[in-house]
Design a protein around this ligand. Structure first.
Ligand code: GAR
Length: 198
């Protein structure tokens, strides 16, 4: 089996990235994590990747005059890495078509809600404010429209009485880690492909 070359984009803690790196330690896993890229030099997740001997790169968005210029620089690095797949894992940047288009069907994102509910930010707060009984997380293909690409996999949790945004986020995060590992495997093995709308 030829394992797919995957890169992970992060902005902070990187716990989902860690889950992917751990899953990929198994040589039967259909992807290997070859680089971890952050838009923030102080992203805590970078230390873990360095410790594991994974190539890391910081592309600081503040050094660019526009979103497109940042996306072009990031894309150039990702192309150089000869990646098959990209996993956004807590990568907190709105991406433009400059970055999205070259990777269409090959870029995944994890989002902390049961999409299509609660696209965007503050998902846990909004679910609680609505009195939602169920909440969760979604891995989807990245397309031009924010948090709207084809869904690869989802996991649900119950919202419990007394939940705060923090307790709910923690319960969802526990589901995110195995979900992302499963979703990347489904895409890397070719079991799931993005449907083309033609
Ligand atoms: C995760 O909960 C992820 O779903 C969320 O950020 C957190 C990152 O945690 N992503 C988004 O909100 C994307 N819009 P991590 O850095 O520990 O993986």
């Amino acid at each position: 089996m030829i394992r797919k070359r995957a890169g992970v984009l992060i902005s902070g803690r990187g716990s989902n990235m860690r889950a992917l790196v751990e899953a990929a330690r198994d040589l039967q896993y259909p992807a290997q994590i070859v680089c971890v890229v952050s838009n923030k030099a102080d992203a805590a997740g970078l230390a873990f990747a360095i410790e594991r001997g994974i190539e890391t790169k910081v592309v600081d968005h503040r050094a660019f005059v526009s979103r497109e210029a940042f996306d072009a620089a990031l894309n150039a690095y990702l192309q150089d890495q000869k990646l098959d797949l990209i996993c956004c894992a807590g990568f907190m940047r709105i991406m433009t078509p400059v970055l999205i288009r070259p990777w269409l069907g090959r870029m995944l994102n994890i989002h902390p809600s049961l999409l299509p509910a609660y696209k965007g930010l503050h998902t846990h707060e909004r679910a609680l404010a609505d009195g939602a009984k169920s909440h969760g997380c979604t891995v989807h293909f990245v397309t031009d429209e924010l948090d709207s690409g084809q869904i690869v996999a989802q996991a649900a949790v119950s919202v419990l009485p007394g939940d705060t945004a923090g307790t709910l986020a923690a319960r969802v995060l526990e589901q995110e880690h195995p979900l992302y590992a499963k979703a990347l495997a489904l895409v890397a093995s070719g079991e799931i492909q993005m449907r083309t709308s033609s």
